[in-house]
Design a protein around this ligand. Structure first.
Ligand code: FE
Ligand code: FE
Ligand code: ZN
Length: 276
């Protein structure tokens, strides 16, 4: 049984996301912890979270992916921007204790001219401040496309972050198919080779989740524009291989394609039809 889902709006609460997921054939999903631009989070409704936890249990869901606001930059050159990222991460991880045992995914950030090394130092500092031993969440670094000065478009950069974090048993990676292709990895021509490289550099035991997105741009374009499954340069056959790959098929996989709920339902059904 594949764990397939998509990004869902959190505006109607936790239980509503679980019910929406069920209605589109999903058994995992992703959601923003707050306004994607990083504003205040809604007050936590513990009763609503408990209802979602029960729904997940009864329906055999895979792990969920909470996504940090994508505009946070833990390696900004400005201390006040890094401090804002720290405070949001800290608060989000505290809130995640209401839905324990899931994933918190974030973009490592953009070093904005400081250089990769300085960026990695700043990311590690924030991760080490927010990821404390009593938490029940595993945080995921997302593989990035390399647009602008993004950190995390190579497996080596992700490894450098992981190597220097404490509590590293609770740090994993979320592989975004559009981003890795845009970063130059040939998942279309040589999926096994890319995964072997991931294993050599990071270790496949760190790979915890996937974002399934086709790409509007050719491999190596460093653009980050998602396409619907089968409508981009990655193509259906690669997604067929991904959902059947022994190193991947047990992981939660979430779509972030440019479509609506009906489109997500169709893409989830398509991906389920690929399962051998
Ligand atoms: Fe993301
Ligand atoms: Fe993504
Ligand atoms: Zn993206």
């Amino acid at each position: 049984m594949l764990y397939l889902g998509c990004h869902l709006s959190a505006s109607a609460g936790y239980l509503a996301m679980g019910e929406t997921a069920l209605s589109i054939g999903a058994n995992t999903f992703q959601f923003f912890t707050r306004n994607p631009r990083g504003g205040d989070a809604k007050p936590l409704d513990l009763d609503d979270a408990a209802k979602l936890n029960a729904l997940l249990e009864v329906n055999g869901f895979g792990k969920l992916i909470a996504h940090a606001p994508y505009t946070l930059n833990p390696c900004s050159a400005k201390p006040e921007v890094r401090d804002f990222a720290y405070r949001v991460f800290k608060d989000d991880l505290a809130r995640m204790e209401a839905v324990p045992g899931n994933y918190y995914n974030f973009h490592p950030g953009s070093h904005v001219g400081q250089g990769i090394e300085a960026g990695i130092d700043q990311i590690v500092e924030i991760v080490n401040r927010v990821l404390t031993p009593e938490l029940h969440t595993t945080i995921l670094l997302e593989t990035m496309s390399g647009k602008g000065s993004e950190v995390g478009s190579s497996f080596e950069e992700l490894r450098a972050i992981i190597d220097r974090t404490e509590c590293s048993d609770r740090i994993g990676v979320c592989l975004d198919t559009c981003h890795v292709s845009d970063a130059g990895y040939d998942i279309v021509g040589d999926l096994d080779g890319v995964l072997a490289e991931f294993d050599r550099v990071i270790g496949l035991e760190r790979l915890k989740a996937l974002h399934l997105n086709d790409s509007k741009n050719p491999r190596g374009a460093r653009k980050d524009r998602h396409a619907c499954i089968g409508e981009g340069t990655i193509g259906r056959e690669t997604f067929r291989r991904i959902v059947n790959h022994p190193a991947l098929k047990q992981l939660p996989m979430c779509l972030e394609t440019p479509t609506d709920l009906e489109g997500y339902a169709r893409e989830i059904a398509l991906l389920r039809s690929f399962e051998a």
